[in-house]
Design a protein around this ligand. Sequence first.
Ligand code: PXP
Length: 243
Amino acid sequence: MAKLCVNVDHVATLREARKIDMPDPLEAALLAEKAGSAGITVHLREDRRHIHDRDVRAIKKAIKTKLNLEMATVPEIVEFALKIRPDQVTFVPERRQEITTEGGLDVTVRQRKMRKIIESFRKKGITVSLFIDPDPRQVRASSDLGADAIELNTGQYSQTKTGRKLKTELDKIEKAAALSDGLSLVTHAGHGLNLNNIRPIASIPVIEELNIGHSIIARAIMVGLGAAVAEMRKAIVIKPSRK
Ligand code: PXP
């Protein structure tokens, strides 16, 4: 059975809407752990639009499960990550203008640089995962580069609602997962997964880890809003003082 790692970036996104100290992604990480999450995922973006360096430090220090740090392979973030030593890094492509990660890495290019970076993390005992599209060329190249794991991008699958195209997208993921396993890579998957589309992906036996953020945080608002309103109503009721 695949383990769930909860991505708490969106908690920081909400915090940054006000630039104050709530909601706190660390508190969310601890709640997710308490609810059985096997790990916490955060993406430290170059523009620090949601997660900040201090969040990564605080989460790394406080959680009891594993920290998976999503990051681009840019020198500044690489240096930070090597210092912080998360349990796992997942290298992702990053574009400033994108709303979220839009596609997998192309690991068939600039391989010398990538190999060096992968080595520097593995030397420190940090697991290296590469976020790639479910494409056999990318899976083979990931193995050649010496990565420990790949995370198959389920974004395309998640955006496909019904019909033959959905089967095609699922087939690609199943085949890439089988190839990854055959090459002794650990297989993860993530992006766009939710309660409606998770089953076929969670049924792929070789997938060991699922990284899910948006749908869980979105759902948390809906299942938690009632309690938050009730709490505030209770706080508003001021009892008349007895004089
Ligand atoms: N995996 C990777 C590599 C990602 O970049 C993201 C988004 O930060 C996720 C998984 C989680 O995607 P979602 O928020 O759509 O569940």
